[in-house]
Design a protein around this ligand. Sequence first.
Ligand code: CA
Length: 451
Amino acid sequence: MRRRDALFWLSRAALAGAFAGETALAQDAPAPIAPGAPVAPTPSDLLGASGEPYFTDWLNAFYARALAAGVPQGLIEQALSGLSPDPRVAAHDTAQPEFARPVSAYVEAQITPARIAQGVTRRDAISQFPAIEDRFGVPRDILVGVWALESEFGRLQGDLDIFRSLSTLAALGRRRPWAESELLASFQVLQSGKAPGTHLVGSWAGAMGQTQLLPSVYLADGVDADGDGKCDIWGSAPDALASAANLLAKAGWRRGEGWARQVTLPAGFDYGLAEGPAEAPYAWAERGVTPIDGRPWTGADGAAEAVLLLPCGAQGPAFLAFPNHFVIRRYNNSLAYALTVGLLADGFFAGAPPQIPWPHETPLSLDDRLAAQSSLKTLGYDPGNIDGIIGTRARGALRAWQKANHLPADAYFSPQIIARLKAEAAASACAPAGPSESGNCPATPGAFTHP
Ligand code: CA
């Protein structure tokens, strides 16, 4: 049987449910296999795929699911021939950074005079920006900020086979439904003919091109901005930037509004208001919160509702963030990322990096981050998953704990705060259930001084 014929036979068998071997066997007693009888080849055999059984087993099952979803067999063959799992993807998928880079260190590393200068030069070379801004309402400087962080202005896009990366992630299983849906979208990208060539490349996590769009996002938001009829987010900066603008516009970008402004806080300010109420700048002004540069609010910003951000806690800079800041988080759900895109944009606009006095922050180890989350949980708060990733929920849990303990509620995980959380959780975990069980409890820590 020729390979293509065999695949066709397999596709019919898959659609007829022949891959559900257990069901078929339950109905009919299995016929004994005669010695020397041909064994039906599996899709992984016919595709020339290789790898551990976890990978080929997944591939054989996914092949049937892809056919059932209507993916043409020839397309599957084109995309998945010779497939094997990518060990680099597996390593990334399970990697946990031992030390979390503090926000200040991340921002300072990303925003340099050289990068601002390069961004200005690259921005000014793109003639399509007026049309992109007019159509989507997203300022060019924000888009260049995304471009800088996602691919270093197109230089570092990732050159891994998207089908191989997503197949590896799907086979590993932790994010299988997501990875399989992106694989199905990848087939659609190929089938659409919108992408140039027959080969999709990108990062280990499936993000593609100069603005690192997932295949499903490419399908939904991909734009041809240079007019050649293709959406080439790999080779065409205007296409990549316009597609990113489309994504941000659909995520709710508010035309004419800013993203955030740095502000000063008065003495005795209630830090518990951070990441809290969204209020207009004049309402914040009544609490003594004013722009650090003294410039008045624009009309659009003055009418928008802003949330207070303290990325480094009470010791660092404060920002009033407008809804557009949270739209940037739809690109990458990270405070540090969205803050950096915005500050890069401010830098491109001004032609120089923003001058912000970032404090020195101590990196937190993975053990410390996990201990902080599990301690908050032990103490009855909800930090979300115990995964070592300090996000909005973990900060919310810390803020609630700080308020309950009459501490400045800045939701900042300092080493001192984590030490106290661990001590209180340990004391709470061995709180005496009865008079005879109190002997092993460590001493409750004494008075704590917030730094
Ligand atoms: Ca194009």
